[in-house]
Design a protein around this ligand. Structure first.
Ligand code: 6PG
Length: 249
């Protein structure tokens, strides 16, 4: 039975980032109570950056054992890590370097080479880490997602064949802003997570949030995010949520 996702509406973008940091800490602490390491897949774009920076400061920094966190990516652009468009690069600036995480704990997507081969390489990284030989996808403790104005999430773009991928865990796609080659986790992996968090803020996301949450027939990529057994939460600021409850501002 699909449980309805929880929706948290925060007053503003900063409060939404704070709520997301709390969600992150709770998910990691819960995972660390069950296993030695917590596994988290991060997304990129601009929205999560404030959350990432908050996590490097008290009380979030001291709330979890960062030595027992392994970071992966839900998607990344095939650009150099020093490029501002690199999801790994911005996560290094905002989160990894300030926390001085050991490189053994951080598993960036490879970005140099043939995109299809890179997707296979990253699937190999996941298979090795999660000790998965068969077809059963890995179980991330938390997958952090954003939402594009076209309803994409990770790098699962509208009408892209990646949305129908049922076997592979990582695929190469083209698209987004910037329009570049990317790697993305596929739905079988994302939906297998213990927890999924979708963070969206700002007026520009109000309409797509309304469609995604209230119009099942909109057939948006993000509407394929349905955790098999895990939990899911939308974290919005009032601007992004303004069309949800009929109190449009
Ligand atoms: C990416 C992201 C992508 C992002 C949305 C929202 O690599 O582009 O993973 O899915 O979450 O595009 O991006 P903003 O937060 O910049 O609006």
């Amino acid at each position: 039975m699909e449980s309805k996702p929880k929706i948290i509406v925060a007053e503003n973008a900063r409060a939404a980032a704070t709520a997301a940091a709390v969600e992150f800490v709770n998910a990691v602490r819960s995972a660390q109570n069950r296993n030695e390491y917590a596994t988290v897949a991060l997304s990129g774009g601009s929205t999560p950056r404030q959350m990432h920076r908050l996590l490097t400061r008290s009380p979030y920094k001291t709330a979890i054992d960062w030595n027992r966190v392994h970071l992966f990516w839900a998607d990344d652009r095939l650009v150099p890590y020093y490029d501002n468009a690199s999801n790994f690069g911005t996560a290094c600036d905002d989160l990894i370097d300030p926390l001085q995480l050991d490189q053994e704990q951080v598993h960036p997507m490879p970005v140099t080479g043939n995109p299809t081969a890179l997707a296979d390489d990253y699937e190999g990284v996941l298979r090795a880490y999660f000790s998965r030989a068969g077809s059963q996808p890995p179980v991330f403790d938390l997958v952090c997602l954003g939402l594009g104005a076209d309803g994409h999430t990770a790098s699962l773009f509208p009408a892209n064949p990646a949305l129908k991928e049922k076997r592979r865990w990582v695929v190469a796609v083209e698209g987004g802003i910037p329009h570049v080659s990317r790697l993305t986790l596929t739905l079988p992996v994302i939906n297998n997570a213990g927890g999924i968090m979708i963070l969206a803020t700002g007026e520009s996301k109000a309409e797509i949030v309304r469609l995604a949450v209230k119009q099942p027939g909109a057939r948006l990529p993000v509407q394929n995010i349905r955790p098999t057994d895990g939990s899911m939460v939308w974290i919005l600021d009032a601007s992004a949520a303004q069309l949800l409850y009929g109190n449009a501002r």
